[in-house]
Design a protein around this ligand. Sequence first.
Ligand code: DOR
Length: 444
Amino acid sequence: MNQHFDTILKSGTVVNQDGEGVRDIGITNGRIAAIGSLGQASAGEVIDCKGLHILPGVMDTQVHFREPGLTQKEDLETGSRSAVMGGVTAVFEMPNTNPLTVTEEAFTDKIKRGHHRMHCDFAFFIGGTRENVQDLPELERAPGCAGVKVFIGSSTGALLVEDDESLRRIFKVIRRRAAFHAEDEYRLNERKPLRIEGDPRSHPVWRDETAALMATERLVNLARETGKRIHVLHISTKEEILYLRDHKDVASCEATPHHLTMAAPECYERLGTLAQMNPPVRSADHRAGIWYGIDQGIIDVLGSDHAPHTLEEKAKTYPASPSGMTGVQTLVPLMLDHVNAGRLSLARFVDLTSAGPARLFNMACKGRIAAGYDADFTVVDLKRSETITNEWIASRAAWTPYDGVRVQGWPVGTFVRGRRVMWQGEVTTPSTGEPVRFLETLKA
Ligand code: DOR
């Protein structure tokens, strides 16, 4: 009897754990049912993918979507619309919302808000604080929780745990890999006088490379002392790359497209406060160091650190201007442009955006194109040249630091659990986002 599928993606170049090749993918009930030559099979819908590459769904493991509390910048619907427009099939969202995501109530509220309102699948981090330490073992195992996130240097919002003693208490009680914003708060406070009013070029002088390295070293030491695993977010220095190379047993790390693409002082001269981010974009030398980390396999994942603020907020005079830029929609096109320029292979891009997140965070049935896995795909046209524009950005903030930048390589389709959510620049399906499932949070 002929096989029948809900959907067949026909003749795309599938990039997979067994390499790259032209194949058909059969989808049934939101899962990958078969991969191969499915010419004899029938399907409810056949989608021609000839000439396109089909990647495992790109997962952005660091975004700030601002709901609840800061929805003039973004909300879960607009942020996730921006994600799927950019080819992203799942996001991990950060706890610096208002109220902070630090209680069961706030966490459950976010899950409810996201369910079938977000366009992609999602997980939320729970913020670690001095006050909620005793609740973290339970909270980090809630379905849909990506783990604990701690700011050890202050950034946007009120989350901060800066001292080793309080951090140690958190490390001792948690079991999952926890994620950290690593800038040393004491050094940041000491160096505040180095900020020059009206000059964002002083941002990386204030928040210098030593502040980042000191914080990362402290975290690795605490991880060793307590036998826990850490994930260092948005690496911004070459020193951290070399340091983390020697601590891969306890530490994973993330790079962002902006730290790989922009360099100081040029970005501040051209973009002003739009380039202001924490940790800051630094010199080309640091950018080269982070590329070395990509090349050598030291970096585990890419995250956009999508951190929208309105243009009005960003127009304040530095340092009153908030740190952050949009990024979830531009991650795929920017990185494909780097692939086309020969800076990384397509296989390494897949490793960083699907296999890497699945490995670090123990996701169930995501991160591979394999039978039985969720049918999450990012379909890309590697040959297509496009100009990134503010008009294209679906984020409520409605701007990108890459406005006017021409790239080669473009996301043309986003599939989430078998549904074609975005195709050729249009969001085509009502939102059906659901929590990502993690092995540590599966309930019987
Ligand atoms: O620049 C940043 N903005 N870095 C962060 O860590 C937080 C983020 C935000 O939420 O605005």
